[in-house]
Design a binder for this molecule. Structure first.
Ligand code: G3H
Ligand code: 13P
Ligand code: ZN
Length: 330
């Protein structure tokens, strides 16, 4: 049993309180390997931003759960070595069972998500409450979810988006005791968040998605004023990254994300955690494709993982400074 406090990590409570009051959002970036973690920490240290390091079930399977946990622990020291000790949360992304949440809490996570959104309402309440009771006894914070995002949520899958019903949020928060709530207002996971037929096109062919359902977000805020809200599936799928990938041999078709202007608007409201994974994947893939296309004889992983890390870092800095507004709040 390791408490996150021994590892120098923090839970989300104080970070969210300040973010809601200050009208910005804390970045939640997924990591699966050393270079992604380095990019996140470098970017957040340089922009003086708090950060939520997210680990999915897929990441734990890919990189080994013990190694990932030690990497996150190392991140606390790494930030200090870079010259500025930022607050770091280690968070389980899309936990789907009580057992998984408990295992993460016991190994030093400071925050967990229990994603019961695919269950019937009462089962979601019971499961979330069970995780909250275990977590709060150890001062670990918990994110729940109401409403289902379109696409694949790790082991949780949903074909269609079911928007959050504002009528349920007050009851859910009261019955479960969660610390934050992920809601569904039109975002989804991955790099193709909307079908082309749902979008309009600019004259040069760029897809423009429909607006997020800010009316639902406002209804939710009205019912639970000041309560921390989370947005999953919040990558913007930058056009220049998609172009870079496709011009060096990639075949990404109809990729489209959430416009940054909409994320800024959400961050200024009760949305205080914004989850971004796909954008960093795109930035890294674009950099790797370009290096390898231009240097076909290259075979040293540092020669393409280094530029990939740099591209991800620049992207994270941009998010902190220009989209989420978390820069300067560490
Ligand atoms: O919500 C999904 C995250 O982007 C994690 O994705 O399950 O492929 O690690 P993953
Ligand atoms: P994106 O796929 O939009 O980056 O969303 C990531 C996410 O929600 C992780 O939980
Ligand atoms: Zn998610």
């Amino acid at each position: 049993m390791t408490s996150y406090k021994e590892l120098g990590l923090v839970n989300t409570r104080e970070l969210f309180r300040k973010a809601v009051a200050g009208g910005y959002a804390i970045p939640a970036y997924n990591f699966n390997n050393l270079e992604q973690l380095q990019a996140v920490i470098q970017a957040c240290v340089e922009t003086r931003s708090p950060v939520i390091l997210q680990v999915s079930s897929g990441a734990r399977k890919y990189a080994n759960k013990t190694l990932l946990r030690y990497l996150a622990q190392g991140a606390v020291e790494y930030a200090k070595e870079l010259g500025y000790p930022i607050p770091i949360v280690l968070h389980l992304d899309h936990g789907d069972t009580f057992e998984l949440c408990k295992e993460c809490i016991d190994s030093g996570f400071s925050s967990v998500m229990i994603d019961g959104s695919h269950h019937p309402y009462e089962k979601n309440v019971a499961l979330t409450k069970q995780v909250v009771e275990y977590a709060h006894a150890r001062d670990v914070t918990v994110e729940g979810e109401l409403g289902v995002l379109a696409g694949v949520e790790d082991d949780v899958s949903a074909e269609h988006s079911h928007y959050t019903q504002p009528d349920q949020v007050q009851d859910f928060v009261k019955k479960t005791g969660v610390d934050s709530l992920a809601i569904s207002i039109g975002t989804s996971h991955g790099a193709t968040k909307f079908k082309p037929e749902q979008c309009t096109r600019t004259p040069d062919g760029v897809l423009v998605p429909p607006d997020l359902r800010f009316d639902i977000l406002e209804e939710v805020e009205r019912r639970i004023p000041g309560f921390p809200i989370v947005l999953h599936g919040a990558s913007s799928v930058p056009v220049d990254k998609v172009k870079q990938i496709n011009s060096y041999g990639g075949k990404l078709k109809d990729a489209v994300g959430i416009p940054e202007s909409q994320l800024r608007r959400a961050a200024a409201s009760a949305v205080c955690k914004i989850n971004i994974d796909s954008d960093a994947r795109l930035a890294m893939t674009g950099a790797i494709r370009e290096v390898l296309a231009k240097n076909p004889a290259e075979f040293d992983p540092r020669k393409y993982m280094g530029p990939a890390r740099e591209a991800a870092k620049e992207l994270y800095k941009h998010k902190n400074q220009d989209v989420l507004g978390s820069a300067g709040h560490a």
